[in-house]
Design a protein around this ligand. Structure first.
Ligand code: SAJ
Length: 433
């Protein structure tokens, strides 16, 4: 990827004296720490997970992202990136990239953020900067950080700069988007935002927009809620199309020929750590957010509907193979996985279930296709991995006990599978014409 190489060269040219600590080394924190180090800062990546720190010290990467390895190794090779289980005192800026999940009842769980902020507050010195990248509800940066800073005798905006710069990168393209995407920085004061901007300017090639804390917090929620509602609408269209006996994929393709329409794709459920989670932060601050509320419910309905489709293709005691437990195609992340959720429901109904995924390493999941589909009565495509587009029905059929496939992502070429004698069903279509 020439762009990445060019950007990487540009990033390594400068030698910066500032020291940055990135707290939380997950899908966002680790690439961010690596790219900051590759752009010349001295970076310490922190995580409470001791095992992860050991892995990183051995120069192994716990996640896969295209381009990350080059930047990670370059940064370590240049002695710019090190790892620790606690934030060091010797840093000028602290960037918090810890998870902010919701509890089962939908209420925000800010415990990781609180713990990370407490650890950082304990080592802060006057003139330092604290940036929250984690997604949070409007008002949360102040609510979580300020009491902890004040406990240390530090006045936000005077002694310590505080900003929120929400991450907006898409897994699978994180490095590219870290560099290319525009960023929004909310500062407690304009000077707080300017201090944060200096850091992000070192690697962001997109535009940087400055605003206040609450606006930046809301911008991030608006982005993900917009996408979630769009997908929920596509899911609703899929249900309507099945009811009418037409094909939703054709409907969406044709509707998207309108210059101001851009409907996304239906699927078995929105997974991951963002789209099915972040809209709950909006509901936390405004319980009458009805569009958001209903779209989240549609996501639940789609899981039940997908389970119903699979069940209708199985007889009691038969075996289904879930193809893809990653939350979406071509990533190795299985958080809030629609594939696992579907398998769990099928198991509860008494069916035998096996899981296959070429990318995800998890208990009960094999990356050996043969092993997963042997003696199976039904294949269920739950993630749109490229590998599943290449599946050959002629090779798969002899391993199975029955020739049936349910495509919840419009991944397979139905005609090929039908030609091999498979019963094929596609989400959002009553027939396959
Ligand atoms: N999905 C569909 N149909 C679609 C698109 C996605 O069913 O047409 C499903 C996916 O399969 C997946 C879920 O939705 O299960 C979410 O996938 P995604 O690719 O839409 O989004 P994420 O969660 O990987 O990343 C989103 C991005 N937000 C937006 O595009 C507005 C990313 O830019 C954010 O940084 C990320 O959330 C985040 O961390 O908040």
């Amino acid at each position: 990827m020439p762009l990445l190489q060019n950007s990487y060269k540009m990033l390594t040219m400068s030698d910066r004296s500032e020291r940055i600590c990135v707290v939380g080394l997950g899908y966002i924190g680790l690439p961010t720490a690596s790219i900051l180090a590759a752009s010349g800062f001295h970076v310490v990546g922190c995580d409470v997970d001791e095992e992860k720190i050991e892995v990183l010290k051995r120069r192994e990467l716990p996640i896969y992202e295209p381009g990350l390895r080059t930047i990670f190794e370059g940064a370590i090779g240049a002695d710019k990136l090190s790892f620790s289980t606690s934030p060091p005192r010797e840093a000028d800026a602290y960037i918090l990239c810890v998870p902010t999940p919701v509890s089962p009842d939908g209420s925000p769980n800010l415990s990781y953020l609180r713990e990370a902020a407490r650890a950082v507050a304990g080592v802060l010195e006057k003139g330092n900067l604290v940036v929250v990248e984690s997604t949070i509800y409007p008002g949360a940066t102040e609510e979580v950080l300020f009491p902890l800073l004040q406990e240390q005798g530090l006045e936000p905006g005077k002694d310590v700069f505080v900003a929120h710069c929400p991450e907006r990168v898409i897994p699978g393209h994180i490095i590219k988007e870290l560099i290319e995407n525009d960023r929004v920085i909310g500062g407690y004061t304009p000077e707080c935002a300017r201090q944060a901007e200096k850091i992000y300017r070192s690697f962001v090639e997109g535009k940087i927009f400055i605003t206040d804390l609450k606006t930046a917090e809301m911008v991030k929620l608006a982005e993900n809620t917009y996408r979630m509602v769009n997908i929920a609408l596509a899911m609703e269209f899929a249900l309507i199309a099945e009811h009418l006996g037409i094909n939703v994929w054709e409907v969406i393709t044709l509707a998207n020929r309108h210059p101001r329409v851009d409907i996304l794709n239906p699927g078995p459920g929105m997974g991951g750590h963002c789209l099915p989670v972040d809209p709950y932060f909006l509901l936390h601050v405004y319980k009458d957010a009805r569009v958001t509320h209903n779209a989240l419910q549609t996501n639940e309905i789609m899981l039940a509907h997908s389970t119903g489709l699979a069940t209708s293709m199985l007889s009691p005691g038969e075996k289904a193979t879930i193809l893809g437990v990653a939350y979406k195609g071509n990533v190795d992340d299985a958080r809030n996985s629609p594939g696992f959720a579907l398998g769990k429901r099928l198991k509860e109904k008494g069916f035998e279930v096996s899981y296959h995924d070429p990318h995800v390493k998890a208990e009960g999941v094999t990356n050996e296709l043969e092993k997963a589909i042997r003696h199976s009565h039904l294949l269920v495509v739950a993630a749109d991995h490229n590998e599943y587009r290449l599946l050959k029905p002629g090779e798969v059929a002899p391993l199975m006990k029955a020739r049936r496939i349910l495509d919840l992502r419009r991944v397979i070429d139905a005609a090929l599978w039908e030609a091999e004698g498979f019963e094929v069903r596609l989400l959002g279509a009553s027939s396959l014409k």
